[in-house]
Design a protein around this ligand. Structure first.
Ligand code: GAR
Length: 219
């Protein structure tokens, strides 16, 4: 039997990060298999994209649970259990999770955030980065803790902020780096190389050049 880790990708929208993970996992040598895509939004565009790749999909619509977060998460958990999921990757999944769910997936659930955490938690990260005049911006993949956009950082990718940037051009540059670091981070977790030590993560045997502002723009 394959030792690739059965991974579920949770989405709420278009799913470009989901597609990056699926594409990486098309390589049989990649250590995770995308076994399931789950959305809390029934018409999320990413669901159709996942189906095109032939991946099992499920919808757990939070609106059907009338604000009962626990019931929503129990239903989500049951779907993950049904599919024997080992790792959860949040890829634009726009629901806050309770400590119960987070603890159930401790050290097995990762999230991508479009900013260099701990800067710019929450929404509108690119607008705020421009307002604050930062010169370097980027994206972070981290293990999920009970606080929003918080938890031990696995990998970050940085990009320069240009004087001519709008939130849209900056978002596009960051998204490109997201698509690079998320598959790498999932691979680190799936192989067990990413070890949480206190509040940081050590990745053993890292020889890869992590994409960042120094390697941007790429040839
Ligand atoms: C991505 O930029 C992701 O980093 C962000 O949502 C977008 C989803 O795009 N996530 C968050 O803001 C979570 N705090 P995608 O659906 O094309 O992957």
């Amino acid at each position: 039997m394959s030792s690739r880790k059965r991974t579920a990708v949770l989405i709420s929208g278009r799913g470009t990060n989901m597609s990056a993970l699926i594409s990486a996992a098309l390589d049989p040598a990649y250590p995770a298999e995308i076994a399931l895509v789950v959305s809390n939004v029934p018409d999320a565009a990413g669901l159709a994209r996942a189906e095109e790749f032939g991946i099992a999909t499920a919808t757990v619509d939070h609106k059907k649970f009338a604000g009962d977060r626990e019931a929503f998460e129990k239903a989500l958990h049951a779907v993950l259990a049904d599919h024997r999921i080992e790792i959860v990757a949040l890829a634009g999944f726009m629901r806050l999770l309770t400590p119960w769910f987070v603890n159930a997936w401790a050290n097995r659930m990762i999230n991508i955030h479009p900013a260099l955490l701990p800067s710019f938690k929450g929404l509108s990260t690119h607008e705020r980065a421009l307002e604050e005049g930062v010169k370097i911006h980027g994206a972070t993949v981290h293990f999920v803790s009970a606080d929003m956009d918080d938890g031990p950082i696995i990998l970050q990718g940085a990009v320069p902020v240009l004087d001519t940037d709008t939130p849209e051009t900056l978002a596009a540059r960051v998204l490109e780096i997201e698509h690079k670091i998320f598959p790498d981070a999932l691979a680190f977790v799936a192989t067990g190389r990413a070890k949480v030590k206190g509040y940081s993560v050590q990745v053993s045997g890292t020889t890869e050049v992590i994409p960042n502002a120094l390697t941007w723009p790429q040839a």
